[in-house]
Design a binder for this molecule. Structure first.
Ligand SMILES: [Fe+2]
Ligand SMILES: [Fe+2]
Length: 245
């Protein structure tokens, strides 16, 4: 690796490769985390595609009454608040400076989202905070809260969770069956999410560079998707008045 920390250009890289038969370590590492990133993005994309045929209540698309829509909004308000909690809780145990900074910002942003949704619910004449979280929803957040490694947290929560949320929110913004009073706050929310959408990927590319960290993060994504599915099904039943949860 001598000399590579100074001027790195493509000639150096090719020379290194012809002499040693390998790319310099920093490139192999990045290729490795890039491949890993593509793999977990694939898991998340498959999950999203799987929701296309029957958009869940979470997307507001199948809902027919404002009562049902307010239920879903309250449930999603709880998610915003819980997300703020998680980011805040993780600050102290996140040593990587730029990740800590991003989490602090996210905690604030999630509170702004919560503010938007709670105001909207109140305007509709309902109490935003009388919501009792669904058991599957509580389980999902508690499980995520237990993730201890930065890569697990970023992959399982930020990358997997927010990607699914943004995917479904975009669908609702395009759907004719979703009224304007719902679309309004979500336009702002999606703008925020899209604004820093690539941050989890940058973090994972930088830090998910060992087999151990990748495997832990992969499992966190799988766990998140399993639990997200349960939450979505539960929300379908409860919001549309079919069951208690
Ligand atoms: Fe949010
Ligand atoms: Fe967010």
């Amino acid at each position: 690796m001598e000399g590579l920390s100074e001027a790195i250009n493509s000639r150096d890289i090719l020379q290194h490769r012809s002499q040693t038969g390998r790319y310099p370590e920093f490139i192999e590492t990045n290729m490795n985390s890039e491949t890993f990133l593509q793999e977990i993005l694939g898991m998340v994309n498959d999950f999203c595609r799987g929701l296309d045929d029957q958009p869940p209540a979470y997307s507001y698309i199948p809902l027919r009454t404002d009562e049902e829509r307010i239920r879903v909004m309250k449930s999603r308000l709880f998610n915003e608040l819980r997300a703020a909690d998680l980011f805040g809780t993780w600050l102290k145990t996140t040593p990587e400076f730029e990740v800590k900074a991003a989490m602090a910002e996210s905690a604030h942003e999630e509170m702004e989202h919560a503010d938007l949704l709670s105001k909207r619910i109140r305007e509709l004449g309902s109490d935003p905070f009388d919501y009792r979280p669904l058991p599957a929803q509580v389980a999902m957040f508690n499980a995520i809260e237990g993730l201890s490694d930065t890569c697990q947290r970023v992959a399982g929560f930020s990358l997997a969770g927010e990607a699914v949320a943004t995917y479904l929110t975009q669908k609702s913004l395009q759907a004719e069956s979703v009224p304007e009073w719902i679309k309004q706050p979500y336009r702002r929310i999606t703008e925020d999410e899209e604004g820093h959408g690539s941050m989890p990927q940058v973090i994972l590319k930088r830090y998910a560079t060992t087999d151990e960290r990748q495997e832990a993060a992969r499992r966190a994504v799988a766990m998140r998707l399993v639990l997200f599915r349960e939450y979505l099904s539960s929300l379908d039943r409860w919001a549309m008045g079919k069951d208690r949860w």
